[in-house]
Design a protein around this ligand. Structure first.
Ligand SMILES: *[C@@H]1O[C@H](CO)[C@@H](O)[C@H](O)[C@H]1NC(C)=O
Ligand SMILES: *[C@@H]1O[C@H](CO)[C@@H](O)[C@H](O)[C@H]1NC(C)=O
Ligand SMILES: *[C@@H]1O[C@H](CO)[C@@H](O)[C@H](O)[C@H]1NC(C)=O
Length: 269
């Protein structure tokens, strides 16, 4: 028999009807603007706002940001969060969690029509010329307590998968200690860094060896590896799944855009 199948969502199913609706073309402004279109929640999440601006819009989700204070520190994490009754979910019963996304990043000033793919010109040079410092990451949180696993800053574990990093400030916790493991997924190498953040959370970061703008892979083996290597207890609950960009610095306004995001979960057979 096939595995028990519980679909969290497929982007196609979600977006097809929404794309036709004018009502959905809302703009998200302000420091903690939130817009919900189940099963996704869009967060501006600029907790360290100084004098710069953050705004966003949906379908496709994009956010415009600019932070110029020195030294560069993380100012926010505009993101898409998965909201579903299937979370929290004990890591031991995670059988397959396929996550896919497509994203782009470019200075707003880049000539109209130019590619927004940071791997191609003229975008790559334009990002560098703006001194950009940020990452693009899947950010997940887990805790032995199911409720805490969904409560910001209360979770014991933060598990990240970085698909890109730009600039010297955007480095995983544990960077100076070096990677403790590397595995290959979808043709890219992901190296594991571990450490503790200022909230006292254990942070386990998988960092890609190259900028991965389109991906579709199963997160379960990454979790399984962390359990096998005793970085993560198998009885913790995965409570929070977000995809976005930790933004540190850019001379001029940046446009981070997510044109597709989906996550599907299959329970253990
Ligand atoms: C940001 O990017 C999105 C997606 O490509 C696009 O629809 C939007 O017009 C852009 N906004 C600006 C101000 O460049
Ligand atoms: C990243 O790793 C993959 C898989 O090993 C390899 O094919 C690719 O060339 C590497 N990319 C860079 C930029 O080193
Ligand atoms: C989930 O991802 C794995 C690994 O990428 C893949 O082999 C599998 O076919 C995917 N399952 C579905 C239903 O997409």
């Amino acid at each position: 028999m096939a595995d028990m199948f519980s679909l969290i969502t497929f982007l196609g199913l979600l977006l097809a009807p929404l794309a036709c609706s004018q009502d959905i073309a809302e703009t998200l402004c302000g420091q903690y603007g939130v817009y919900s279109a189940e099963p996704y929640l869009y967060n501006n999440n600029a907790w360290n706002e100084i004098s710069n601006s953050v705004e966003g819009a949906f379908h496709p989700f994009y956010t415009l940001w600019k932070w110029t204070s020195e030294p560069p520190v993380v100012h926010g994490f505009p993101d898409i969060e998965l909201k579903t009754d299937l979370l929290p979910l004990q890591v031991s019963s995670l059988h397959a969690l396929n996550v896919s996304a497509s994203w782009s990043l470019k200075p707003v000033s880049l000539i109209p029509g130019a590619s927004a793919d940071p791997n191609t010109q003229p975008d790559a040079d334009a990002l560098q010329a703006n001194g950009i410092q940020c990452n693009v990451a899947l950010d997940m949180f887990a805790d032995a307590n199911a409720e805490a696993s969904q409560t910001p800053a209360k979770q014991k574990y933060e598990i990240m998968v970085w698909h890109a990093r730009f600039g010297a400030a955007a480095v995983p916790i544990g960077w100076t200690s070096g990677a403790v493991a590397t595995i290959t997924i979808g043709g890219s190498d992901y190296s594991l860094y571990t450490g503790t953040n200022s909230n006292g959370q254990t942070v386990l970061t998988w960092l890609a060896n190259e900028t991965v703008t389109d991906f579709s892979f199963d997160v379960a083996p990454l979790m399984g590896f962390l359990v096998d290597q005793q970085h993560l207890p198998s009885d913790v609950y995965l409570g929070t799944i977000q995809f976005g960009s930790e933004t540190f610095y850019a001379d001029n306004q940046m446009n981070f855009s997510v044109s597709a995001f989906s996550a599907c979960h299959w329970e253990s057979p």
